[in-house]
Design a protein around this ligand. Structure first.
Ligand SMILES: NC(=O)c1ccc[n+]([C@@H]2O[C@H](COP(=O)([O-])OP(=O)(O)OC[C@H]3O[C@@H](n4cnc5c(N)ncnc54)[C@H](OP(=O)(O)O)[C@@H]3O)[C@@H](O)[C@H]2O)c1
Length: 242
C-alpha cells in the first residue's frame, strides 16, 4: 500500500517500525518538517501523526497534491473527523487511536469512521500491528483514549504507589521500585495471553491468601471509584481540548 506518514515522532515512528516489522507498508513516504510537503500521486492513505495543535499547518500544504480519493487516517487525539474533512474536502476520514506498542506489532487500536471503505483501509493498516477495536460512534474515541492510550500511565502510577507502600513496609526505594516494575512486566505478559482479566486475577489470588487480602483492601479503598475518576477526567479533558 502507498502510505504517506505525516509526522515521525513517538507514534509516527512506532507505526513505521510496526509496518516494517510486519511487512504491512514496506516503504511509507515519511513527511517531516525537513521534507517538501508533496504527496506521491498514487498515495492511498495519508496518516496524520502530528500533535493536535500542529495539524492544520501541517496538512494545508498537502491539499494541492493529495490524491482526491486518498483516505485520511488520523491518529490524533481530540481532532474531529468533520474538521479534517473540511480541511481536506472529498477524502474519507477514519480516526484510529493506537498505542505505541504498534512498533512491536503488539498495540491496541480503537477505530471509528462513518465510511466503510475508510474503516476497511484502517483495518488493513492496523490489524497486523494491533488488536483493533471497532467503535460505533466518534465520541467513544475519547473513552478509548482514556482506557487504552492514557491507561499505561495509570498503571505506572499504581505501581509507584505500591512501591511507596513497599518502602513504608521496610523495603529500600531501589528494591521497591525494581520489584514493582517487575510486577508490572509480569502483569503485562499475562495481559498478552488470551485469558480474561478475571481469570488472570484468579490465577494469582488463592482464597484466603495474601493476594486476596490485598485485593479486598483495594476494593474497600474503592479502587473502582479511582478508576472511574481517572477515565472520566481524561474524557472530560479530551472534550475540552477537542
Ligand atoms: N505518543 C502516543 O502514545 C500517542 C498515542 C495515541 C495517539 N497519539 C497522537 O499522535 C500524535 C503524535 O503524537 P506523538 O506523541 O508522536 O508526538 P511527537 O513525538 O511530538 O511527534 C509529532 C511529530 O510531528 C512532527 N511535525 C510537526 N509539525 C509537522 C509538519 N508541519 N510536518 C511534518 N511533521 C511535523 C514533529 O516534528 P518536530 O519535532 O519537528 O516538531 C514530531 O516529529 C498526536 O496527535 C497524539 O494525539 C500519540
Amino acid at each position: 500500500m502507498q502510505v504517506i506518514l505525516l509526522g515521525h515522532g513517538r507514534l509516527g515512528s512506532a507505526l513505521a517500525e510496526g509496518w516494517r516489522l510486519t511487512g504491512t507498508v514496506a516503504d511509507p513516504t515519511i513527511l517531516t518538517r525537513a521534507v517538501p510537503p508533496v504527496c506521491p500521486p498514487d498515495a492511498q492513505a495519508l496518516v496524520v501523526a502530528v500533535k493536535p495543535a500542529a495539524w492544520r499547518e501541517a496538512v494545508a500544504p498537502l491539499l494541492a497534491t493529495l490524491p482526491a480519493d486518498a483516505v485520511v487516517v488520523s491518529v490524533m487525539a481530540g481532532v474531529r473527523a468533520s474538521d479534517l474533512s473540511d480541511a481536506l474536502p472529498g477524502r474519507p476520514v477514519v480516526r484510529v487511536m493506537p498505542t505505541t506498542a504498534v512498533a512491536q506489532a503488539q498495540g491496541v487500536a480503537a477505530v471509528w469512521s462513518d465510511d466503510a471503505d475508510a474503516r476497511a483501509l484502517a483495518h488493513a493498516l492496523f490489524d497486523p500491528i494491533a488488536d483493533t477495536v471497532d467503535l460505533d460512534e466518534e465520541p467513544m474515541l475519547d473513552a478509548a483514549t482514556a482506557v487504552a492510550g492514557s491507561a499505561p500511565a495509570f498503571f505506572y502510577a499504581l505501581a509507584q504507589s505500591l512501591a511507596a507502600a513497599g518502602v513504608e513496609s521496610g523495603l529500600t526505594p531501589d528494591a521497591a521500585e525494581r520489584l514493582s516494575r517487575g510486577a508490572l512486566r509480569s502483569a503485562g505478559s499475562g495481559a498478552g495471553t488470551d485469558a480474561s482479566l478475571e481469570a488472570l486475577i484468579a490465577r494469582i489470588a488463592s482464597p484466603g491468601g495474601t493476594t486476596r487480602a490485598g485485593l479486598d483492601a483495594l476494593k474497600a479503598a474503592d479502587l473502582d471509584a479511582a478508576g472511574r475518576a481517572a477515565v472520566r477526567a481524561a474524557v472530560t479533558r479530551a472534550r475540552e481540548l477537542g
